[in-house]
Structures are given as C-alpha cells and as structure tokens.
Design a protein around this ligand. Structure first.
Ligand code: ADE
Length: 234
C-alpha cells in the first residue's frame, strides 16, 4: 500500500512517529536513540525508520521544509498508515526577549500566514492547536528534566526570507518563536482525530544576537529528543 511519497507497507510504521525536518536528522535519531532499526522509506530521500526505544516501538521520519511538505507526509501517516501520534522535533527562531537560544518551546498553537486551512472549507479561521494529552506529558517531562522551556503560540511562516515585518507584529501579540510547519500538522491531526505536538529548540533569535555553538546545539537537541521519545512511549 505504498503512496507516491512513502514506500512503507501498512504495519511498517509505529503508532507514534517523531518527525524532524531533515531526513538525515531522522537517520541520526534512529541510529543514536533506537535499537532494532529498520528503514521503511527512501522515496525522495525522505528517510523513515522504525525501531525500539526502551523496548517500545517508535518511528522517526523526515518531513522536509515548509507547510506543503509536512502536510503531505503527516496526512499519509495519519490517514493511510494508522499512525495515532506525530511529534515534530524541530528548530525555530526566537521572537520574545525571554526566549533564548537552546531553550525548548512547546507549540500550544500556531499563527500562520499560510493558506493551508483554506482546503477545509470552514466558514472562518481554523485554529491549529496541539493535542493536550501529549503536550501535558511532554511538559511534565521537561519540568522533571529541569530544562528551560516555554509553552505558547508560535508563528508558522511560508517565507524564510521575508520582505515585511510580520515576525515583529506576531512578537507583539506574544508569539514565542518562528518556524515553518506546525499548522499543517495540527490541522491534519484535528481532521483525522489523531494527536500532534511540535517541540522546538531555539537555534537563532530574530531580535537578539547570539547563535548556538556545535556543542550547545547537540545538548539542546539531545534534551528535546529525550523528552520527545519518553513522551512517545508513555
Ligand atoms: N527555523 C529555525 N530558525 C528559523 C527562522 N529564523 N525562521 C523560520 N524557521 C526557522
């Protein structure tokens, strides 16, 4: 039952899938954190793997960059592969003064300039929100771990290189960070009556200087992955 974008057979993919943007990051996660790993997809280089974390089956698959890309992969996972939970594990640019590089952000809601929601034909605006059941578990794990984290809204933009100041306008209404994928994931989950959460590490800041060193990048990534994996198996 392959799709044009995924060569997996039904049953090759676990009920919970962690999704980084970069498929090579998916490979790294599988090789670093999982045991008994099997690759289930190589179509378009969008690598997907299933393995075990603390003895429980988990999958990890890249979603690419931007709303259309994650829209396709998450739709197929929810609707054709019986996946119940998708946790995006990504990076984002900080917008608020108290959101620093290396912090973790849980996207409770996602503002967007994308028109992805138009296809649902709703008489208004689709409000993409995280699934509280997994958000709650992930936040409890972050608290337990003692990492610096924030829970709130993010801005999900169609453009990385912008010609207007929309990031500042969304910063003014409290958006914590800017990224490029979450609304499609949350809308697809809502329509399929499934669960979704985006967890982000802050890799850069749009209003303050300072970037992550390679070592800091690794530490904050590992913290996020441990939270995501422990959430996945609970
Ligand atoms: N992901 C990481 N940093 C970002 C930024 N500044 N804008 C959009 N997506 C991002």
């Amino acid at each position: 039952m392959a799709t044009p974008h995924n060569s997996a057979e039904k049953g090759d993919i676990a009920k919970t899938v962690l999704m980084p943007g970069d498929p090579l990051r998916a490979k790294f996660i599988a090789e670093t954190f999982l045991t008994d790993v099997k690759c289930f997809n190589e179509v378009r280089g969008m690598l997907g793997f299933t393995g075990k974390y603390e003895g429980k089956e988990v999958s990890v698959m890249g979603h690419g960059m931007g709303i259309p890309s994650i829209g396709i992969y998450s739709y197929e996972l929810f609707n054709f592969y019986d996946v119940d939970n998708i946790i995006r594990v990504g990076s984002a640019g900080g917008l608020q003064d108290d959101v620093n590089v290396m912090d973790i952000v849980f996207a409770m809601g996602a503002h967007t300039d994308s028109n992805y929601g138009f296809q649902f034909g709703l008489p208004g605006t689709f409000a993409p929100t995280a699934s509280f059941n997994i958000l709650e578990k992930a936040v409890a794990l972050a608290k337990e771990k003692g990492v610096k984290y924030h829970v709130g809204d993010v801005l999900s933009s169609d453009a990385f290189y912008k010609k207007c100041n929309e990031s500042e306008l969304y910063r003014n209404v409290g958006a914590l960070a800017v990224e490029m994928e979450t609304p499609a994931l949350y809308m697809n989950a809502a329509e399929a009556h499934k669960n979704a959460l985006t967890i982000l590490t802050i890799s850069d800041h749009l209003f303050k200087s300072g970037e992550l060193s390679a070592e800091e990048r690794q530490t904050s990534f590992t913290d996020m992955m441990e939270i995501a994996l422990k959430t996945a198996i609970q």
